[in-house]
Design a protein around this ligand. Structure first.
Ligand SMILES: Nc1ncnc2c1ncn2[C@@H]1O[C@H](COP(=O)(O)OP(=O)(O)O)[C@@H](O)[C@H]1O
Ligand SMILES: [Mg+2]
Length: 640
């Protein structure tokens, strides 16, 4: 007759201990508590024990006491029974016997992962050591391919919204921790735009989850862990190939396969986040490294970028092998959005961490929209109404149609000064036959006089071009809607009494800056681009000088510097940036100040020149020159 031995069992409530003791009478072995195991993410007590029965049993084992119903125990058993033998033997921990009901609790007993707790460490321990990237790749590859050598379930056709809902389940219900957090932070699924944590606005991921865009993807399903995180993956020694999974009570054999890698990556991100100061630009850089490692340049998050790449590339390679590559790309991003919202809903996390995860979901939503557009998928605006399609903007490229549009878009003065006909001709020349004309506005591009250039929006592109007096175009720059990352409208009042505005359209590599548009035309143009791109203009109420300064400081901040090259530079720029974000000075108000600031910047750069690669210093110097030029330019114009 077996029994419980040793000290320390009082961690368990008395009625549970009592039930455990009664059950134990049915076994032949004794159980001695070695110690309680920390590090779990649930409240479940987990014990390391030694069990012994002469001639029969002598082992160490892990006991887990779970308060919930029998589901977790059943799914744990199911994971073992429904996994390929090879994967089970190499990567899962075996249960010992069946789950035991104990007075409202369930207990499972299992083997110790890897058999030797002194050499087995959670993936978490690699955070600040070499080998993390390799381990991430091995685990991702194996959890996808090794666990799912053949798929038992047909890919499921789903909209983005339906996919997110399937990941989030109950968490979207009113009253859930996620909904309460959202409400406390001024948002809900009905809010379309939310702050993106980087001074702009982005589409609300909760709105994406509640809507049903017409885009549909084929979701790959198969065996998955369900709570893959840095503590549930155990590694032995230096070779990640022998990793073990524990805590697989959320297993399913028809789970969306993109979820596990996304969840594991975000659990790593949560740990990295702890090393970065709240509100620092490195936190934003971490988001970029995790969601879009290819775009990450910040040296402060180089490790995260590498790990992010390992996840993305390994999983994508697996998916490409199935031929569903482009569908995977979308569901991988959606999985990051969904899992980030799951983290946002975790009440035990500090609020700044929950906020960061929500911001990451916003960033992911922006990237998702861009990717969906690039892949040429039709999509409705996020209206929440199923089945609506994108309104067709603009008119066909014909002289009469464009003429009629310009009559509406141009004020009396512009029309009667005789340039409307010329501009119709310009539009015809710039558009190709299949494009639809949306709008056009006279403007100027750096240095020119008002009306010496034009900005033109079609259903596919935005262009700027310079015009000569005969309306001949030159210097045409064209940007496809899908490439646009940022839309800005800077209201100003520069042409005497007329209200004017500047419009800035930026991609990763090109910036179109159209200046001195009539305010109404600028508004209409930016509103059209919002409809066409799904982007939202950046707020720039603090005036164009501060906005330009902020943009350039941001550009400078993003210039890549070696660690330790210039703490001064980083700190100086960072303090300017935060000051500007809070709309406090110092953004310069007169040319002397500009000269002073740029001089200071250059001094810092000279100091840095001895440590940093020359091309970085010269890139920073040219940013400084740009800041100087832009600010002097703007300040001169801004004066009455
Ligand atoms: N089979 C096992 N072998 C070795 N260590 C284990 C095993 N099961 C659990 N542990 C340890 O106990 C901790 C908590 O267990 P886990 O099942 O992950 O609980 P939770 O559901 O609370 O996350 C794990 O992080 C791990 O360190
Ligand atoms: Mg766990």
């Amino acid at each position: 007759m077996g029994q419980r031995l040793g000290e320390g069992w009082e961690t368990l409530p008395p009625e549970l201990l009592d039930a455990y003791d009664r059950w134990h009478l049915s076994t032949g072995y004794d159980t001695t508590l070695v110690r309680w195991l920390e590090g779990g993410m649930s409240e479940a007590p987990v014990a390391l024990v030694a069990q012994f029965e002469p001639h029969v049993t002598s082992r160490q084992a892990v006991l887990k006491f779970m308060r919930d119903g029998p589901e977790a125990a059943r799914r744990t058993r199911r994971a073992l029974d429904h996994s390929p033998a090879e994967f089970r033997a190499a990567h899962l921990v075996e249960l010992i016997g069946e789950a035991v009901p104990l007075d409202g609790w369930w207990m499972i007993q299992m083997e110790i992962a890897g058999g030797d707790r002194s050499t087995v460490r959670p993936l978490l321990d690699l955070l600040h050591r070499g080998g993390l990237t390799g381990a991430c790749a091995v685990v991702t590859e194996s959890v996808l391919g090794g666990w799912n050598p053949a798929l038992a379930h047909r890919p499921l056709r789903m909209t983005a919204g339906a996919y997110l809902r399937s990941l989030l389940g109950d968490r979207l219900r009113p009253g859930s921790a996620l909904s309460r957090w959202a409400a406390a932070n001024g948002t809900a699924a009905t809010v379309r735009w939310v702050p993106d944590g980087d001074g702009g606005q982005g589409l609300n991921p909760l709105a994406l989850a509640s809507g049903d865009e017409s885009i549909s993807l084929l979701v790959q399903r198969g065996r998955a862990h369900g709570d893959l995180n840095v503590r549930n993956v155990l590694l032995r020694g230096d070779d990640p190939r022998g990793f073990r999974l524990i805590d697989f009570g959320d297993f399913a054999d028809d789970a969306p396969l993109a979820r596990d890698p996304a969840h594991l990556l975000l659990s790593l991100a949560r740990e990295w986040l702890g090393d970065l100061a709240v509100g620092s630009s490195a936190r934003h850089a971490l988001m970029v490294a995790v969601v879009t490692p290819g775009k990450s340049q910040a040296a402060s998050v180089a490790g995260a970028k590498e790990a992010g790449e390992a996840f993305h590339d390994t999983a994508q390679r697996w998916a490409d092998g199935t031929g569903f590559g482009e569908h995977w790309r979308l569901q991988a991003l959606l999985s990051l959005i969904g899992c980030a919202l799951i983290f946002t809903g975790r009440a035990r996390l500090p609020d700044d961490v929950r906020r960061w995860f929500f911001d990451l979901a916003v960033y992911g939503t922006r990237e998702y929209r861009r990717l969906a557009r690039d892949l040429g998928e039709p999509q409705a605006p996020m209206s929440g109404r199923p089945g609506t399609s994108r309104p067709e903007l603009g008119v066909p490229r014909s002289r009469a149609e464009i003429d009629a549009q310009l009559t509406k878009q141009m004020p009396f003065m512009q029309r009667t000064m005789g340039n409307k006909n010329g501009l119709v001709g310009t539009a015809l020349e710039l558009l190709d036959e299949r494009e639809r004309f949306v709008c056009l506005a006279p403007c100027r591009i750096r240095g020119g006089t008002p009306g010496s250039a034009v900005i033109l929006v079609s259903d596919r592109y935005v262009r700027t071009a310079e015009l000569d007096t005969q309306y001949q175009t030159s210097g045409v720059t064209r940007v496809a809607h899908g490439e646009i990352r940022e839309l800005c409208l800077y209201p100003d009042r520069r042409l005497g009494l007329l209200d004017t505005a500047d419009v800035r359209v930026a991609t990763d590599t090109i910036e179109l800056l159209a200046r001195g548009l009539l305010r109404n035309q600028a508004e209409f143009l930016v509103a059209s681009l919002e409809k066409l791109t799904g982007l939202r203009r950046r707020e720039a109420e603090d005036g164009s000088v501060a906005a330009a300064w902020r943009d350039l400081v941001d550009a400078l901040r993003d210039t890549r510097f070696e660690d330790g090259m210039s703490g001064d530079l980083a700190a100086g720029i960072e303090s300017l940036r935060t000051a500007l974000r809070r709309r406090r000075p110092p953004h310069p108000r007169n040319p002397d100040e500009v000269e002073g600031l740029v001089r200071h910047l250059n001094e810092i750069l000279s100091g840095a020149a001895s440590h940093a690669p020359p091309e970085q210093v010269s890139a920073a110097r040219s940013s400084a020159r740009l800041i100087r030029g832009r600010l002097l330019d703007l300040l001169t114009e801004a004066r009455p």
